[in-house]
Design a protein. Structure first.
Length: 353
């Protein structure tokens, strides 16, 4: 019999990729989002996880073999991030009937586990890089920790296995996503080309010259499925990145070349995208109309604030994958190819010209 999955956050970058992989692998897939999303082979489920009663009504009759939690809601402070996002995980896991057969629940968080929340991002005493899973929590409040605690408590109560997945910045396809570097850079490059602006790296000297890595959404989906199906990976937390490392001074030139641009020389100072693109909403709307693009609203494609946070870090960030490798996960994805594949999909969907 086909296994049944509930993908929470099916409209997002990670949720969409995970749902697609599960369908490809023959699973019966329910895709939960605040607004029902139409994905091939996926049964849509609409629920706002902030509402416990509505969540119970939407999923209380489901008995999934695996649950993949790939969603969060950004709030104005970390205290609110903790309150809202912990409650969402709690409402979800409380709403599902206690399993009568083995169940696995996977939670996607990220490297803010090691770097700290947005309010204290990359500040204070941080663990050594490359980040390894045995490095403990920082002495600071963090909504990732609160989500984990809800997962652990529900697992102890209901007897399911769990895994926590910590990707670096994710490259993948979604519209309306709060953290979307790949599409943000594609939109930025498109604007630079259309308006004759310099394609200037927006971030810090440390990021320009230092080593870093990223996570392709398709690879992350494979990692989630691997952990669900691999007993040795149960009740463990994992880093998950593509497997290569690069410097932005090399990647920036690669991205510029894909769009037919010459990269601007890096002058050692930061030029945040949030400032560069602050007045670009009407410009994008006009460009979209002229080029026949599918999404005229810049805010639904670009998330400059998040790209600035990643590219503005004052430290080199690389991630160790040894724990997954030892347990048998050997998938690898060159990061430049991940960017190029995303750009092709954006162009095919008429989201960029």
């Amino acid at each position: 019999m086909a296994k049944t999955a509930l993908v929470v956050g099916a409209s997002g970058i990670v949720g969409g990729a995970t749902a697609a992989l599960l369908v490809e692998q023959g699973w019966t897939v329910h895709g939960l989002a605040r607004r029902a999303v139409d994905l091939p082979g996926v049964t849509p489920v609409a629920a706002d996880l902030r509402d416990a009663a509505a969540t119970r009504e939407a999923i209380g009759s489901l008995a999934p073999d695996a649950v993949f939690i790939t969603t969060w809601l950004r709030q104005d402070s970390e205290a609110e991030n903790i309150r809202v996002n912990a409650a969402m995980v709690r409402h979800l896991l409380d709403a599902l009937p206690a399993p009568s057969a083995p169940r696995h629940v996977a939670l996607v968080t990220g490297l803010k586990h090691y770097l700290g929340p947005f309010e204290a991002y990359g500040q204070g005493t941080l663990p050594q890089t490359p980040f390894r899973e045995e490095q403990g929590r920082l002495n600071v409040e963090n909504f990732y920790y609160a989500q984990e605690d809800e997962l652990f408590a529900a697992a102890a109560r209901d007897g399911f296995s769990w895994s926590v997945h910590r990707p670096h910045t994710v490259i993948g396809m979604a519209v309306g996503n709060a953290m979307n570097m790949g599409t943000t850079l594609a939109v930025y490059a498109t604007l630079c080309r259309a308006l004759g602006r310099p394609f200037a790296f927006p971030g810090s000297a440390a990021q320009w010259a230092g080593l870093t890595d990223m996570t392709d959404a398709g690879l992350l989906a494979r990692h989630l499925l691997w952990a669900a199906e691999t007993e040795a990976a149960h009740d463990e937390a994992f880093n998950v990145v593509n497997g290569d490392v690069f410097r932005w001074q090399w990647m920036w030139e690669r991205i510029a070349g894909w769009f037919g641009l010459a990269p601007a020389p890096f002058d050692g100072t930061m030029h945040p995208l949030e400032r560069q693109m602050a007045e670009d909403a009407p410009v994008w709307r006009e460009l979209a109309l002229r080029e026949g693009l599918a999404e005229p609203e810049l805010a639904r494609l670009a998330s400059p604030w998040h790209t600035d946070a990643d590219l503005g870090r004052p430290i080199e960030v690389v991630t160790d994958m040894g724990k997954s490798r030892r347990l048998g996960f050997t998938a690898y994805q060159p990061t430049d190819d991940a960017f190029f594949a995303l750009f092709e999909r954006l162009r095919a969907a008429r989201l960029i010209p």
